[in-house]
Design a protein around this ligand. Sequence first.
Ligand SMILES: NC(=O)c1ccc[n+]([C@@H]2O[C@H](COP(=O)([O-])OP(=O)(O)OC[C@H]3O[C@@H](n4cnc5c(N)ncnc54)[C@H](O)[C@@H]3O)[C@@H](O)[C@H]2O)c1
Ligand SMILES: [Zn+2]
Ligand SMILES: [Zn+2]
Length: 369
Amino acid sequence: MIDVKAAVFVGPNEPLEIRDLTISDEPGPNEVLVQMAASGVCHSDLHALDGDWETPAPLVLGHEGAGEVLAIGSEVTDLAVGDHVILSWTPSCQKCEFCVSGNPVLCQLANETAYQHVFFDGKPRLRDGDEDVKSFLAVGSFGSHAMVPASAAIKIRRDAPLAQAALVGCAVTTGIGAVINTAKVEPGSTVLVVGCGGVGLNVVQGARLAGAKQIIVADVSEEKLELGRKFGATHTVNSRERDLAEAVRELTDGRGVDYAFEAIGLPFTIEACYEAVRRGGTAVVVGQVADGVKISIDPFVMSDQEKKLIGSNYGSSRQSIDFPKILDLYMEGLVDLDSMVTGRIPLEGVNEAFEGMRKGQGIRTVIEY
Ligand SMILES: NC(=O)c1ccc[n+]([C@@H]2O[C@H](COP(=O)([O-])OP(=O)(O)OC[C@H]3O[C@@H](n4cnc5c(N)ncnc54)[C@H](O)[C@@H]3O)[C@@H](O)[C@H]2O)c1
Ligand SMILES: [Zn+2]
Ligand SMILES: [Zn+2]
């Protein structure tokens, strides 16, 4: 057994508690034990904390992490102790029809286990004395150590800084992947991105990489709109001041955009994205809504104008391919991760980091262990 210092979710709207937990130092045959180096704080953690999503307690939150392999299971062949890894929150079984057809984010087994915050055997790995403690999405990166299925530890180059690498574990891959993998935006496209947070700004980076000619960003914060420009936006709309779809039509000669990405998770901004796309265009839902929230779309417009509404989970990524590729783009200066890290804190500062996120401050706060 080894000691794990972790930030534990004890119930909705309660501050996370810093506790000393334990975990086995002997990973299961297909697992690895990771010494965490860094973890980003993502809005999906905040959804759990705020009670938007039914989440069991006690549970170690965090799912956007990177670290170093401390121990490997007997059947793990592609990782070694000391490897640097980014953690994935969709461990893949590599056997189900979704994994075999190249869609590991839809893995059947991950849906039944990791999405319930337990491991492939249905059990948690952490303990608080006699009590079991779950790990958010079978990652739980708000802890000094994490046990993960081997398919959730993706080996990366050693020269990449781990704070920046951690962000590739969620926001960066989610945003860039939504553009490149899910929507497959073509060069010369017009793109709208609603919400300039950690995820939305990476949609902007993805649109820039894809060669979009016009990238319109919308947010309610002028500071975030300015960041949108920094990451590649050509136009900004303050959606507190303007009707979004109307402003987008004005900026596109009445046509609407080819692609619109919602990166907040609110019903009215998803509806506005659908309204803002041109005939035959595609609106992509990236932001995640609270449990039970519904949207309203006119199905006549859908058929008559052939407008598409699609979803994107984890940027439709194949993590073992996409994590190292995105990190290479960063190391070559084609993707900006340095400006994404707007705060570095010890684990004890995690509740303040959520407070900042609620107020819309900064892009990503990174916990460093
Ligand atoms: N699909 C996926 O796989 C996936 C992965 C990660 C996160 N997410 C989801 O993406 C969403 C965004 O996450 P994030 O970490 O970037 O959040 P964030 O808090 O960093 O950013 C949200 C942004 O939305 C802006 N905003 C809030 N209300 C607005 C409004 N009414 N109009 C315009 N802008 C508004 C805020 O100012 C902020 O800039 C969350 O719902 C999160 O759960 C989805
Ligand atoms: Zn699978
Ligand atoms: Zn996330």
